[in-house]
Design a protein around this ligand. Structure first.
Ligand code: ARG
Ligand code: ZN
Ligand code: CA
Length: 247
């Protein structure tokens, strides 16, 4: 894990109702959650079980609202747009101005974060590295921002989880029964955990699932770590020749 990498973020707010037009304060709070979670300065880091305490990692990745647009003009890093679309899906329409959303900024220079109303109980989705620049980035449900109404997903950790995907992390259960997440220090676990499991929840002959990892499906209050192996996997993207080396 190298020096701190600070990623400029552009937040595209697509709102159909005024409630969906989240405040600047909520967006700032979301960036603060990302910065704390990615630097292991989250206030709940002390809840990591002793078995995993040595694996909890500062990823050295940080986030700041963009100060310049792609053409060099001053910006707050927040783009607000009213839309006729009342609910979005994973079809990437929210990333297209033509379809009622808002076009991505240069994905080699910014993290694009769309905040909008998602349908079908969806909290968020992300594009892995190596995909189309036009759809690169992360989408989160507006009410998942810190202090939002999507309880128990109201502490901003949907963005932490989705940015983890954007930085090449898989779900901790490897999206298969006792699957492989391509990270060696995260124990193999059977499937997704929800809610707030007591530790240890033993599956796949492990000594307990790392259900408090941001890449599980637990409640926001019950996820509070990335592992060292995950931090290395993310940082590999910024090395020369890496998929996100431009950032
Ligand atoms: N990818 C998941 C979804 O689309 C997000 C899981 C977020 N989990 C959380 N505790 N915030 O629903
Ligand atoms: Zn996910
Ligand atoms: Ca693993």
């Amino acid at each position: 894990i190298g020096a701190v990498v600070t990623i400029p973020v552009v937040v595209h707010v697509l709102y159909n109702t005024t409630a969906q037009n989240v405040s600047d304060a909520m967006i700032t709070a979301q960036l603060d959650v990302l910065n704390k979670d990615f630097s292991k300065t989250n206030t709940d880091a002390g809840l990591v079980p002793t078995m995993f305490a040595g694996l909890a990692a500062n990823t050295n990745v940080q986030f700041v609202l963009a100060k310049r647009t792609p053409t060099g003009a001053a910006t707050t890093g927040i783009v607000r747009k009213q839309t006729k679309v009342s609910s979005w899906s994973t079809n990437d329409a929210v990333k297209s101005s033509k379809r009622g959303g808002d076009d991505a900024w240069d994905a080699t220079k910014y993290l694009n974060l769309w905040v909008c109303n998602l349908g079908q109980g969806l909290l968020g989705y992300a594009q892995f590295p190596g995909g189309s620049p036009a759809t690169d980035g992360v989408v989160v449900l507006y009410s998942s921002l810190p202090g939002g109404t999507a309880k128990p997903y109201d502490k901003g950790r949907t963005a932490t989880h989705e940015v983890g995907h954007w930085l090449n992390l898989r779900h901790i259960w490897g999206d298969a029964s006792c699957g492989n997440d391509l990270v060696s220090d995260t124990p193999t676990q059977q499937t997704a955990n929800y809610g707030c499991p007591a530790f240890p929840h033993v599956t796949c002959n492990n000594q307990g699932d790392m259900s408090m990892n941001y890449m599980d499906y637990t409640d926001d209050a019950c996820m509070y770590m990335f592992s060292t192996g995950q931090a290395s996997r993310m940082n590999a993207l910024f090395a020369s020749g890496g998929a996100r080396a431009g950032l």
